[in-house]
Ligand binder design. Structure first.
Ligand SMILES: *Cc1c(COP(=O)(O)O)cnc(C)c1O
Length: 384
């Protein structure tokens, strides 16, 4: 037997050679590394990666290779994952609710940065977490929220204290001898820089209310990926707006900035190859993957528009496009993409539908419901 080919040119080559019956999640490490460098160069502070968005080993390894030196982790298993793959990287434990056992696990792993959004959780940290570890101060960052602006999905309904409450916690964190910092997470897929601007202005107020200088400010994730045909996410404008607003609010005395993108880093480095099981009666399209698999996010945050249809020979279908209802393979009626997707009219059974920008909240949330959803993984040089 010849040597197995492990790095393909692009999704079309995979289709031509393997005619995959299961969904294939295709990863382009060069795209991920390029995006990481865009963040490192453009963002005016430390870039950390929100592991939950795609915790694949290869993702973390490539981010480290590209220079990402920190990770936002939310569970003992994410703490250990990063500890194993990137032992020198900073780990920020930014899930504001933790059991005593989780706190103990994190302490044993050497975690030195925590976020918090309630008095009761802050008391748990005070009881268990020392003010310094290995001679370095331990940072506690109250997390606050504002009414949602500019995000497609509201994280504030679960996490975040009011600004006044955050100010009280910040004051107490400083008084107890921890490193006082602040954090917020504006939501996900925020295409408008206003989402960060209004938060940063509030940070100034919180510091004034508390009479405390925040050591660092973590501006969360929420950076957009490329979901819509022809509309590039404008990361540079967001970076500029964040930097300018911080200077305007704090002058020379600004807190050091940190961000924790998930989607903005990983989504565009992946494409999902799905196969058309049937174009039922020439109308609705049934795919071999859907909302219980690699497309689980779409009902919450909307369709991915960058979609290509390829024939089994790997050739793009180029007929005029029209709206189709798309169903996934399971027998559950909610297994349907929102609204309609614009697809070429000559799409037919056995074709492949490639969703570009599918790397966030997909590999990790995919289920095996109804016996479907077995995803294979492949590495490519390029995604188109
Ligand atoms: C999920 C999450 C992120 C990453 O969000 P993206 O929208 O994927 O960038 C960052 N910070 C916190 C606290 C989160 O919960």
């Amino acid at each position: 037997m010849g040597q197995q080919k492990t790095v393909w040119d692009n999704p079309a080559e995979i289709i031509r050679h393997t005619q995959p019956e299961n969904p294939v999640m295709v990863f382009a490490p060069t795209v991920l590394q390029d995006r990481a460098r865009t963040f490192i160069k453009g963002f005016p502070g430390l870039v950390t990666y929100a592991v939950k968005s795609n915790p694949g080993d290869a993702v973390i390894q490539n981010l480290v290779t590209a220079g990402i030196g920190g990770f936002d982790v939310a569970s003992p298993s994410e703490i250990d994952l990063v500890g194993r793959l990137a032992p020198r990287a900073a780990r920020h434990y930014h899930n504001p609710v933790r059991s005593d056992a989780e706190i103990a696990h994190a302490l044993a792993a050497g975690i030195r940065a925590w976020s918090v959004d309630s008095r009761s959780e802050l008391d748990k940290l005070f009881a268990q977490v020392p003010t310094s570890v290995d001679g370095e101060g331990v940072e506690i960052s109250p997390r606050f929220k504002l009414p949602v602006m500019g995000a497609v999905y509201d994280f504030g309904s679960k996490f975040g204290a009011s600004p006044e409450y955050a100010a009280d916690m910040l004051k107490e964190v400083a008084a107890r001898g921890y490193v006082p910092s602040l954090t917020f997470h504006p939501g996900t897929q925020c295409t408008d820089p206003i989402a960060w601007e209004s938060y940063i202005r509030e940070v100034r107020n919180i510091c004034d209310m508390a009479g405390v200088r925040a050591h660092r400010l973590n501006v969360g994730g929420g950076f957009p990926s490329h979901r819509v045909t022809g509309v590039e996410p404008d990361l540079e404008s967001i970076f500029t707006e964040i930097g300018d607003t911080v200077v305007e609010c704090f002058g020379d005395d600004a807190p050091a900035l940190v961000c924790e993108p998930g989607r903005g880093l990983c989504a565009d480095a992946f494409s999902l190859i799905t196969r058309v099981k049937a174009v039922r009666d020439g109308a609705n399209v049934f795919l071999n993957d859907g909302v219980y698999g690699g497309l689980s996010e779409l009902p919450i945050i909307g369709n991915i528009d960058r979609v290509q249809v390829l024939s089994p020979e790997g050739k793009p279908r180029e007929a005029e496009r029209s709206g189709r209802v798309i169903f996934g393979p399971t027998c559950d009626s909610v297994d349907r993409l929102p609204g309609e997707l614009s697809l070429p009219e000559d799409i037919t059974d056995g074709d492949f539908v490639v969703f570009h920008g599918a790397g966030a909240y997909s590999t990790v949330t995919s289920t095996r419901f109804n016996g479907f959803g077995q995803m294979t993984h492949a590495t490519v040089m390029a995604l188109e």
